[in-house]
Design a protein around this ligand. Structure first.
Ligand SMILES: *Cc1c(COP(=O)(O)O)cnc(C)c1O
Length: 423
């Protein structure tokens, strides 16, 4: 068996393959690996901006970028400049977004266990919305919100929809830690409770059915359940959450953000959702995943009886998704992107775990080996944001490339950075 050259459709929008290099944003990946070292995250800013614009034009004002998928100041500003609000789920995410200069009125605060401190700061800075998750949070809001410290909210509900995706990223079903159940009556009680808090304005409902969802049916079902649930409430917002899937490997296909928006708009008309209700969503992965790739250098190559192990200079610390969810990726050799890929290897990292596998069966050109620079595409979501210092491996640098220019938006972590917490 042999694999075809890497599919251009898995690469950032501006990627150009030449005989001995790949250009992204007009910049040579081989050159970047040489200057900035590896592992290295390279984001195509044009892809990021295009996906943000697509989301902004597919939904109504208030549609958000789910920052947990990839957050740094530069990314927050890109999403804001292209017309999106920004979802945060913790005080730490809120802090980075505010430091980036994005105004609080474009920030939406999520979380299934918000602390009093997190809520106090959200209220003090004046976030756009808080998405209320549970009765303890309502009790906290009773003490924090008043006519002089007002707050705009949505209420998170569970529609009882099973998204067809990995169990760990499924969230719309009844048995979940997120939100208020519609069917048990809790969601209705929460709405009544919230409406009694002076200074609190409840704008509508929110649901999030899961992540890496390819099938639009689940979103449409969720929308119709929510629309029916709020028929007489006079709400002006309905948010279907995030979760739109992306293709990671050859053979996968995902709807675009605009196809997702179109399907939901059509469903909204069909179920008779009041036209005054703003239709909102909060994509993360679909905005950032395909915009980036990770560059690694190959080190040890070890043939054993069953297979060949090829080790790179990163691993589960910069991409934990294969370990967490069994996610698939592809790899290609940056110096020969047009070559056939007949060499089958297990691509592993440098961590002290047998489970530190990036790609169970990677296909690479025959001559790829020690010192080759290889890339794994579609690593823009839940890679850097889930990165760790396991084995005291410093986190990689993150670059944005655009029109032939390179912007280092996050520098590589140093041993001094990691030692900084020692008392
Ligand atoms: C994770 C999450 C998102 C984003 O999910 P993606 O799969 O990255 O689009 C949106 N909303 C909520 C509430 C989430 O928890």
């Amino acid at each position: 068996m042999t694999a075809e050259p890497i599919l251009v459709s898995l690469l950032p929008d501006t990627a150009t393959l030449v005989e001995n290099d790949v250009l992204v944003g007009g910049v040579s990946l081989r050159g970047l690996a040489g200057v900035y070292g590896t592992p290295l995250f390279v984001y195509d800013e044009e892809t990021l901006r295009a996906r943000c614009r697509e989301a902004a034009s597919s939904f109504d004002d208030g549609v958000a970028f789910a920052s947990k998928s990839f957050l740094c100041g530069a990314m927050a500003r890109v999403a804001f400049e292209e017309g999106l609000c920004i979802d945060v789920a913790t005080g730490g995410e809120l802090d980075i977004v505010l430091r980036s200069g994005v105004p609080a009125r474009r920030v939406i605060m999520h979380g299934n266990n918000k602390s009093a401190e997190e809520l106090e700061r959200a209220i003090a800075v004046g976030v756009h919305r808080v998405v209320v998750d549970n009765f303890e949070e309502i009790a906290l809001l009773k003490s924090l919100v008043s006519e002089s410290t007002p707050l705009d909210c949505l209420v998170r509900v569970t529609p009882g929809v099973e998204a067809h995706t990995h169990e760990f990223v499924r969230t719309g079903q009844e048995d979940t830690k997120f939100g208020f159940s519609i069917s048990s009556g809790d969601a209705r009680i929460a709405i009544e409770d919230l409406r009694e808090i002076p200074g609190l304005t409840l704008h509508g409902v929110h649901a999030h059915i899961g992540s890496q969802v390819f099938d639009l049916i689940g979103f449409v079902e969720s929308l119709s359940i929510l629309a029916n649930f709020i028929t007489d409430d006079g709400f002006d917002e309905l948010c279907v959450g995030g979760g739109l899937g992306v293709a990671y490997v050859a053979g996968e296909t995902a709807p675009s953000i605009s196809q997702w928006g179109d399907a939901l708009r059509a469903a909204a008309v069909e179920v008779g959702l009041d036209t005054n209700v703003r239709l909102l969503a909060e994509p993360g992965r679909a905005v950032v995943a395909q915009a980036a790739l990770t560059l690694y250098q190959v080190g040890a190559v070890k043939p054993v009886a069953q297979r060949t192990y090829m080790a790179v200079d990163g691993g589960m610390s910069d991409n934990p998704r294969p370990v967490l969810y069994g996610s698939g990726y592809e790899a290609f050799d940056v110096s020969q992107p047009l070559a056939e890929r007949p060499q089958n290897v297990r691509l592993v990292g440098k961590h002290c775990e047998s489970g530190d596998v990036l790609i169970d069966e990677a296909w690479l050109p025959a001559s790829t080996g020690a010192r080759s620079i290889i890339a794994t595409p579609v690593t823009g979501a839940y890679g850097y944001s889930m990165a760790s210092n396991y084995n005291r491996v410093p986190r990689p640098a993150v670059l944005f490339v655009l029109d032939g220019e390179v912007r280092e938006v996050l520098r590589r972590e140093t041993f001094d950075d990691m030692a900084a917490l020692e008392m």
